[in-house]
Design a protein around this ligand. Structure first.
Ligand SMILES: *[C@@H]1O[C@H](CO)[C@@H](O)[C@H](O)[C@H]1NC(C)=O
Ligand SMILES: *[C@@H]1O[C@H](CO)[C@@H](O)[C@H](O)[C@H]1NC(C)=O
Ligand SMILES: *[C@@H]1O[C@H](CO)[C@@H](O)[C@H](O)[C@H]1NC(C)=O
Ligand SMILES: *[C@@H]1O[C@H](CO)[C@@H](O)[C@H](O)[C@H]1NC(C)=O
Ligand SMILES: *[C@@H]1O[C@H](CO)[C@@H](O)[C@H](O)[C@H]1NC(C)=O
Length: 950
């Protein structure tokens, strides 16, 4: 047949085409080539004799529009072979579905397929992709190339910029595609892109900043190979449409952005296996994700109570192993410091656990009391800024950070570090202003070009931030500290701001002198002792303070701790250093008297729980049934003049939170009313159960209950004694101050209250102190000198009471046994006498007698005549712990912290508190920014209590 015949034949057949489509011959040719290139073409089931793929009937898997092929849909057929290189001559293609076959060889170029919307080549064995593959795909919406071997022999490939020819591209899926190099910037400019799945490639570098604000819903960049993706993940929080974000298996670093919670649509977040560090942002904890994977990073700090449904976070550096458990404040302060330095990895590796003094924390040194005393990181190549959180480490004596690359200012609240003797910041890049330390400390800042700027004369030469000459090698010595402190003293009077506060200082100084004889007077009257403040220090105006407030601090002589009273104005002030207005904010502790009247039915007698030295305690019930104890002070116990101190004290006491300390929840001061609100302890005082159980018709306490109570009290007292970086002395520990919950677990109450008593004027106070005489340590009773060891003595007496069921002091007993402590000393070592002395309400058996002897021994130890022969409370805890352990199952399980939210309304707070029962709550919330009171000084109230008496 010649050409003419063919042509004629075609013309002849033309009318037929109105009924029978004759497929475009070039389309036919390409399909035929496709078929012929396959090793298993039979799978297509295309007819051998019918040369009209568009039909009708059309070939299987082929769709046409008129005589043009628009779709090839051969997915899941297991086809083996190559695709024709001129596939793009099927110019009317809208849809290609080649996925899940074994197609190999080069991918054909799709160049110019301007109608193509969907193209699936995924899960085949294609081995290369031509550079012009993406050109002119102006209608493309979905492209899948996953799981091929594209350009594997030429070290991978990257998206050519012609991909941008597809402005409507919504889904780009190219997982395990051999993509390499950086993620292209232009991906961020493709505004339609919603699903970007690029897992399992060999991308390196960072997430492009061009993705800032992108509308992506799915971003999968996980499990890159080789160098991996790195850098910060900050930009992801701008992609607010994200529902699924997979970044696992890379080297992303830095911390999770605080505002990750902005991703309100996110359901699935996987950060597993990166190098992310730092705290988990609160906002992440609150996200209602379906799945959250944080495993295998270096996250630190507390584990939040995640709202995510399926969450995992193992293999990180959290401070404690349980969700919702806060870290110690030291750890939080040091993590804040670390955060300012962008979490340098050598420190992150070393700073783990919940106690910087336990196990070596690189560059951290502690004192004998297990408190952080030094940050020692000179020449550590640190960069970043100094965190204000360091100011919470009141025990710091030295900070050595010379020869690093630190910038920014020295936080103004570092001036509150009253024990700080050395601050070496030489050879850094610190900016002014340098805060003025009131304790005379002068920071060492040589070699900080922004600070020295020529004004300091000879020492300002060095400007190189990495200069290593100045302080080289002195990582241990204290040699510089004394000289630097001295030099400040000399310069102090020239400091700006000092003049402004001279008048109030004079007032306070006068007050201090007055205090001393007054204390002596008090002591004679009350057998109670106080320590006079040994030094007065003045906080200059804090430059960051907006108000015209002057802060005056009084350092206590025993531990250098400091409290702050805040006065206002610049004028001279009166000697009491307290004004009529109550300038000390106590956060949300203030409760109106009216509320307390309501909850106690106007202090109805039937709600009376008891009477103590300071007044009457009432039971109150909030609307929701939560019970509280309301202590209404006797009129005059706290005079109007002493109100500021009272409030300051309360603000501090209310922060002392421990499972075995009765929580002070708030207070009221209105007119003559002075009311304290405590958590309610349903079983009342230990004394009731020990001495008066018959008259109250109670069960006597069993031995195991007594052991538990002893341990609880020991723990509470240990906590008081080691609070923060200082120690807090109860002064009035006794069985009527030990309160019991429904489960007979004990809490110590009334800590701090003795110090609130202004003087011995009030008869009730005298009575109260006389009543506690049986618990008084001899040196305290004689000299009025109070140390924690006086509390240890009282604890020993309580142990004797638990053993014998006898009151510490009882005039009705025979003379030799009136004073329990001295009588017990005589009998404790004689087994028979001891046995005879045991509370008859106890049924002591052979196996329990051993523990009785141990307690008797401990009681003797605690009541040793010489204070230094008495143990610390920690020792008592260690002795009692194993005994209680023996009595399992009682219920003393894990030591846990509780997360109580002090910002809640009272009733919710009480709830939280009660729910936390059964968990240990050993922490002090020093971070609470609502209060202006700094870390609690032990002698704080001492310094002020009597200011009122003048
Ligand atoms: C893939 O490799 C081939 C052959 O080396 C090369 O011509 C082509 O440009 C590469 N593809 C891309 C997208 O770079
Ligand atoms: C994203 O862009 C916004 C506005 O352009 C900018 O303020 C922000 O810093 C950017 N975020 C990141 C992480 O680049
Ligand atoms: C949480 O996710 C893991 C990993 O995907 C899975 O094995 C586990 O079953 C999931 N757990 C729940 C409670 O859905
Ligand atoms: C933390 O918990 C995990 C599992 O709950 C446990 O395997 C691990 O030993 C715990 N680590 C510590 C320090 O207690
Ligand atoms: C110091 O400032 C930080 C941040 O403002 C604050 O969290 C911290 O409680 C402050 N510490 C002291 C002791 O003032």
């Amino acid at each position: 047949m010649n050409h003419t015949t063919t042509l004629l034949l075609l013309i002849f057949l033309l009318p037929l085409s109105l009924v029978h489509t004759i497929t475009d011959p070039n389309d036919l040719k390409i399909l035929t080539q496709f078929k012929n290139n396959l090793q298993n073409p039979q799978l297509l089931q295309w007819p051998k004799l019918n040369n009209d793929p568009c039909g009708p009937p059309s070939w299987k898997f082929i769709f046409c529009d008129g005589n043009r092929v628009t779709q090839i849909q051969t997915k899941n057929l297991n086809l083996i072979g190559t695709l024709p290189p001129n596939l793009n001559q099927l110019t009317q293609l809208t849809n290609l579905g080649f996925q899940n076959n074994k197609l190999n060889g080069p991918l054909p170029s799709l160049k110019g397929l301007s109608n193509l919307k969907y193209a699936f080549f995924d899960n085949n064995e294609f081995d290369s992709i031509p550079f012009d593959f993406f050109q002119g795909l102006s209608s493309l919406e979905t492209l899948a190339l996953d799981n091929n071997y594209l350009n594997v022999t030429t070290n991978g490939w990257n998206f050519p910029s012609s991909l941008q020819d597809s402005p409507q591209l919504t889904t780009l899926s190219c997982m395990s595609c051999n993509l390499a190099g950086n993620l292209p910037d232009f991906l961020g400019k493709m505004n339609s892109l919603s699903f970007l799945k690029l897992s399992g490639n060999s991308f390196t570098g960072e997430i492009p900043l061009s993705l800032n604000g992108s509308g992506l819903q799915v971003l999968w960049l996980n499990n890159q190979k080789g160098e991996l993706l790195s850098g910060s993940i900050d930009v992801v929080v701008t992609m607010v449409s994200l529902t699924s974000l997979w970044l696992h298996g890379n080297r992303f670093s830095g911390s999770i952005p605080e505002n990750i919670g902005d991703l309100v649509s996110l359901k699935d977040l996987n950060l597993n296996g990166n190098e992310l560090v730092g705290l988990i942002p609160d906002s992440l904890g609150d996200m209602e994700l379906d799945k959250l994977d944080l495993n295998n990073n270096q996250f630190m700090g507390p584990i939040p109570n995640f709202k995510a449904l399926n969450v995992s976070y193992s293999n990180n550096d959290f401070c404690v192993n349980k969700t919702g458990v806060p870290c110690s404040f030291e750890v939080m302060a040091l993590l804040g410091f670390l955060g300012g330095l962008n979490y340098p990895s050598n420190l992150v590796d070393s700073w783990s656990g919940n106690d910087p003094c336990e196990g070596p924390w690189l560059g951290i040194k502690c004192n004998g009391d297990g408190k952080v005393s030094m940050i020692n990181l000179p020449h550590f190549n640190l960069s970043g800024t100094l965190s204000p959180s360091v100011a919470n480490l009141g025990s710091l004596v030295e900070i050595r950070l010379g020869g690093n690359n630190l910038n920014g200012v020295v936080p103004s609240n570092w001036t509150g570090l009253m024990n700080l003797k050395l601050l070496d910041l030489s050879d850094n890049n610190i900016s002014p202003p340098l805060p003025v330390f009131s304790n005379g400390l002068k920071p060492m800042v040589d070699g900080n070009s922004l600070l020295n700027g020529g004004t300091e004369g000879p020492s300002s030469g060095k400007t190189s931030p990495s200069g290593r000459t100045g302080t080289g090698g002195d990582t241990q010595g204290h040699s510089n500290s004394s000289s630097s402190t001295d030099s400040v003293g000399a310069k102090k009077s020239t400091r700006k701001g000092l003049v402004l506060i001279v008048a109030p200082i004079a007032g306070v100084a006068a007050a201090a002198f007055l205090l001393i004889p007054l204390y002596a007077y008090c002591f004679r009257r009350t057998k109670d002792g106080f320590q006079a403040p040994s030094s007065l220090v003045i906080h200059p105006r804090d430059p960051s303070d907006s108000d015209s407030t002057i802060k005056i601090a009084i350092a206590n002589n025993t531990n250098g701790s400091v409290s702050t009273l805040t006065g206002s104005g610049t004028g001279s002030r009166n000697s009491s250093a307290v004004g009529d207005s109550h300038v000390i904010e106590a956060g949300n502790l203030v409760i109106s008297v009216q509320v307390l009247r309501n909850v106690t039915k106007n202090f109805a007698p039937e709600n009376e729980l008891g009477r103590g030295g300071f007044g009457v305690v009432y039971k109150g019930e909030l609307d929701d049934g939560t019970k509280i104890a309301v202590k209404r002070m006797e009129a005059g116990v706290i005079s109007t003049k002493a109100l500021d101190e009272f409030q300051a004290e309360i603000a501090v006491l209310s922060k002392v939170r421990h499972r075995h300390l009765v929580a002070l929840l708030g207070y009221s001061i209105e007119g003559n009313e002075r009311i304290l609100v405590y958590e309610y302890m349903p079983q009342g005082a230990l004394s009731r159960h020990l001495f008066h159980w018959k008259s109250f018709e109670l069960e006597p306490l069993s031995w195991k209950r007594r052991l538990n109570i002893a341990l609880d009290v020991a723990r509470g007292m240990e906590y008081l004694h080691t609070l923060g970086h200082q120690s807090f002395i109860h002064r009035d520990l006794k069985s009527s101050n030990i309160l019991l919950a429904d489960d007979f677990r004990a809490k110590v109450s009334d800590f701090g209250l003795v110090k609130l008593a202004p003087d011995g004027e009030k008869k009730s106070v005298v009575t109260r102190l006389a009543g506690t005489f049986g618990y008084l340590a001899p040196e305290y009773a004689v000299t009025g000198k109070i140390t924690t060891k006086a509390d240890v003595f009282s604890f020993g007496v309580v142990l004797m009471e638990l053993l014998t069921g006898l009151m510490a002091l009882d005039d009705n007993r025979p003379e030799e046994s009136q004073y329990l402590a001295s009588w017990f000393w005589h009998i404790k070592s004689d087994k028979k006498k001891l046995m005879a002395a045991i509370d008859p309400a106890l049924d002591i058996k052979e196996e329990t007698f051993e523990s009785v002897c141990i307690i008797a021994e401990l009681a003797g130890h605690c009541t040793a005549r010489e204070p230094n022969q008495r143990p610390e409370m920690g020792h008592a805890v260690n002795v009692l712990g194993p005994l209680v352990e023996k009595w399992k199952p009682f219920d003393d399980d894990t030591e846990e912290y509780s997360g109580i939210d002090y910002s809640l309304p009272l009733n919710q707070m009480v709830k939280g508190w009660q729910e936390a029962e059964g968990k240990d709550t050993s922490y002090m919330d020093l971070e609470d920014s609502k209060s202006s009171i700094p870390a609690r000084p032990a002698g704080f109230a001492d310094s002020f209590t009597s200011a009122d008496g003048r």
